[in-house]
Design a protein around this ligand. Structure first.
Ligand code: FE2
Ligand code: FE2
Length: 358
């Protein structure tokens, strides 16, 4: 059995694992003989490699030139290398700090932490490039801490988009940084477990908001930060956990963290797939239901993100390439693209979609 890049798959190969989407939906089962349709499905869900049975590999690979993907271009850039180095330092510092909070109950030096996050942003005045780099970061041994730094960065940029002043901005950033602190109380293997969790394991993971709240309520942190650890998995329609709160019962800061948290989980590179294209993220938010999130925040967030992709080259689902020239405010996932064949308004024809940024 060997792992084959999706772009190198050919019809006739047989899968040797179940392949899941970002929302745990089974895309292709183990033992499935691949067809063009199945391969397109994998591309759609940004699955970047699949385990294939060795006995199916006598299928000949077609010769085709290898073109750098968008994410390979980012990974090769100087800017990314500099960012990666400072990101790793920040993760290390924050890990040390979180351990101190838990073990020594020291007074939390918020200024030090905020500077840590700020220093990652300073060199990146173009915030979307920063998001692209975040999406492409390699998978860490310490996924909780790397995710915490990601969410803090996303919260910081998001709060600026919302027009927040320094004081609120700092609160939202800290809330992002500490939202998953309760995960430090979970048994070691659960967070890094590859593959699906059992029901028991999942129920255990669901205790992390309460555990986080217990840790932070002993501190002098702003109550919004403490509430965010408790409430970031609550949803506006009452479908979240641990308390099943709805609407205004959820701290506004936790509603912001919830969006940044889900966005990071959806877009981050995983062992089994590359980073998810932002246009697909919108489609997933749509299929999950925007009503789970605070509407005054979610639209601002998604619109800012999508707008930064104007002028980017993209590949459409029918293979054509083009440039994004206009974003449809009321249909963010379907922009207007100019191709060699002229303008295409994707909002008029949902059979076509943006497949990937190139
Ligand atoms: Fe969480
Ligand atoms: Fe999280």
């Amino acid at each position: 059995m060997s792992r084959i890049f999706t772009r190198d798959l050919v019809p006739g190969m047989i899968t040797d694992e179940d392949v899941y989407s970002v929302n745990d939906q089974l895309i292709i089962a183990r033992g499935q003989k691949l067809t063009d349709n199945y391969i397109n499905r994998l591309v759609f869900y940004s699955i970047n490699s699949v385990r294939i049975r060795d006995d199916s590999e006598e299928v000949e690979l077609p010769e085709k030139p290898h073109e750098d993907t968008y994410s390979e271009k980012i990974l090769a850039s100087e800017e990314y290398k500099v960012f990666k180095a400072s990101f790793e330092v920040a993760v290390k510092h924050i890990k040390g700090f979180i351990n101190d909070v838990i073990e020594k109950r020291i007074k939390i030096d918020e200024e030090y932490l905020l500077n840590e996050i700020q220093s990652l942003i300073v060199h990146n005045d173009n915030s979307i490039h920063l998001f692209d780099m975040l999406h492409n970061m390699h998978v860490y041994d310490d996924p909780t801490y790397a995710h915490s730094v990601n969410v803090a960065l996303i919260c910081n940029i998001f709060a600026k988009w919302l027009g927040f002043e320094k004081e609120e901005l700092d609160i939202v950033t800290m809330a992002g940084l500490l939202h998953d602190i309760g995960k430090t109380k979970l048994p070691e293997g659960i967070i890094t477990k590859p593959g699906k969790l059992t029901d028991d394991e999942y129920n255990l993971v669901k205790t992390h908001p309460t555990e986080g709240y217990k840790i932070l309520k002993e501190t002098t942190l702003n109550p919004h930060i403490i509430n965010s650890a408790l409430m970031h998995h609550e949803r506006m329609d009452g479908s979240g956990y641990p308390l099943g709160l709805e609407g205004d019962q959820i701290d506004p800061c936790a509603r912001i963290v919830a969006i940044a948290d889900v966005y990071d989980a959806m877009t981050s590179r995983r062992v089994y797939r590359g980073p998810l294209c932002p246009f697909k993220v919108i489609t997933i938010f749509e299929s999950e239901g925007y009503h789970k999130y605070d509407s005054q925040y979610i639209y601002v967030f998604l619109e800012y993100i999508i707008n930064t992709y104007i002028n980017n080259r993209v590949r459409l689902s029918d293979g054509r390439e083009g440039t994004i020239v206009l974003i449809n405010k009321f249909d963010l996932a379907h922009p207007v693209v100019i191709t060699d064949d002229g303008w295409i308004d994707l909002s008029r024809d949902h059979s076509l979609s943006v497949e990937e940024i190139i």
